[in-house]
Design a protein around this ligand. Structure first.
Ligand SMILES: *Cc1c(COP(=O)(O)O)cnc(C)c1O
Length: 360
């Protein structure tokens, strides 16, 4: 069982190391490092066969349950290289704890957080040469758990894989910190209360692709989701949480079951409060947002998530009408939050909240 889970390390033959990708054209999620972590679970043995090994393919039965019934959960976090090549991670334990919340909802096994954190640190350190150093470039980390029992029938699988892969990614804002345009959909919904909207499970993202495609066709970058029942309360934007600054107050929808509890969301709330800004977690309707936009009390809108950290919104479209927020420019608070969070993540700024984990 996991109390005595040993982590084997099987390093790649140096001659088989992959060539490093071009650092100025990394994009997002296109390249993967030389190593990965894998461990297996079954009912008799619990977690076992924990191993850091060269990055490789899986050999899975076509009946593996994940292919049919979608028991799949994942996380997204980053490692950063700061001054003197010091390596940092941002709140990694929170990601693993959230994965356990996801696992519970999806009837999947709990992770031994301490062990996985240890494996994660070892993996990042082993592939440290893959962490980009350019401004804003990072190593994106993707822990994932899938059901692998080869059987048909809708029930919890009796076998799982947990793995971690890592991808060097470029700065999200390669062309500068520019506000995005978002498409408010009242045709599609992302999540319902009682469902799995608060869980990072694969099916949520599969279900969201069509709305995103329609938004892209209309010239918008992201979808703004409304609640599934009344289609009037704002929930999230794309795969990010959303914030509104109205009359100097920061408003974000509460975590009421259909919204993913973002770690960036939580960090923004804590940071803004520490600066004396009033933060209110409350439901807000799209009509309230439009009214605030029309009477100029809507000062800023931004999304929060690990990939982009802060994503300012400059314009939105709802029922064929366009609304421009603060002249389509990046707001002062959006910029300050982005700068501060990035500085904490890179280790160039004090870390009063103890969010940073040093590696090596
Ligand atoms: C991952 C995710 C977020 C952001 O979470 P972070 O922990 O801040 O990266 C927000 N909404 C959805 C739907 C997500 O999948």
């Amino acid at each position: 069982m996991w109390e005595d889970l040993e982590i084997a390390v099987n390093k790649i033959d140096p001659e088989k190391c992959k060539a490093k990708p071009p650092q100025d054209a990394l994009g997002f999620g296109n390249y993967f490092t030389d190593h990965m972590f894998l461990m297996k679970w079954d009912r008799e043995n619990g977690w076992h066969d924990a191993e850091i090994s060269p990055y490789r393919n899986f050999n899975l039965d076509p009946a593996a349950m994940v292919f049919h019934y979608g028991q799949a959960i994942f996380e997204g976090l980053k490692a950063y290289k700061g001054e003197n090549d010091q390596i940092y991670m941002f709140r990694p334990e929170d990601n693993l704890e959230r994965m356990n919340t996801s696992a519970l909802r999806m009837c999947m096994p709990r992770l031994p957080v301490d062990k996985v954190l240890k494996a994660l640190k070892a993996l990042v350190y082993l592939d440290r040469d893959w962490i980009p150093t350019g401004n804003g470039a990072t190593l994106y980390i993707r822990p994932t758990m899938v059901a692998v029992e080869p059987a048909l029938g809708v029930r919890p699988s009796s076998q799982y894989y947990f793995f971690i892969i890592m991808s060097p990614v470029g700065a999200y804002y390669a062309e500068g910190f520019n506000p995005t345009k978002i498409w408010v959909t009242d045709k599609y919904v992302r999540a319902v209360k009682g469902g799995v909207g608060h869980v990072k499970t694969a099916g949520n993202y599969a279900a969201s692709i069509m709305a995103a495609e329609e938004a892209h066709k209309a010239g918008y970058t992201q979808v703004l989701w409304l609640d599934a029942c009344e289609r009037k309360y704002v929930e999230e934007v794309g795969t990010s949480n959303i914030f509104f600054k109205i009359n100097d107050e920061l408003i974000t929808p509460p975590l009421n079951g259909s919204i993913l509890g973002g770690i960036t969301r939580d960090s923004v709330i804590q940071l803004a409060q520490s600066w004396g800004i009033k933060v209110v977690e409350k439901q807000i309707t799209i009509d309230e947002v439009i009214a605030a936009c029309n009477d100029n009390s809507l000062q800023e809108v931004f999304g929060t998530g690990t990939a982009a950290v802060i994503s300012p919104v400059g314009e939105f479209c709802y029922q064929d009408k366009k609304y421009v927020i603060a002249d389509g420019k990046t707001g002062e608070l959006s910029q300050r939050l982005f700068d501060e969070l990035q500085a904490i993540q890179n280790g160039t700024q004090d870390d009063p909240f103890k969010w940073i984990v040093r590696i090596g």
